[in-house]
Design a binder for this molecule. Structure first.
Ligand code: ZN
Length: 56
C-alpha cells in the first residue's frame, strides 16, 4: 500500500484496513487517499486524526 501523503511504499499492514507509514510515522487507511485523513499515534496508543488535504 502506497502512503497517500508521502507516496512512499515503505509501509506495513497493521490491521484489516489499517496501514503504517515508516516515513510519516503515521497510520492510514485504504480510504485515506479519498478522505484526506491520517492518524498520528500518541505515546499512549491513541490516534489523533491529521488532515493532509487542503480544502479546495
Ligand atoms: Zn508516508
Amino acid at each position: 500500500m502506497q502512503c497517500p501523503l508521502c507516496k512512499s511504499r515503505d509501509t506495513g499492514k497493521i490491521g484489516s484496513n489499517q496501514y503504517y507509514c515508516w516515513q510519516c510515522l503515521m497510520e492510514f487507511k485504504a480510504s485515506s487517499q479519498q478522505t484526506g485523513k491520517m492518524y498520528f499515534v500518541e505515546e499512549d496508543g491513541s490516534l489523533v486524526p491529521v488532515s493532509f488535504k487542503e480544502e479546495a
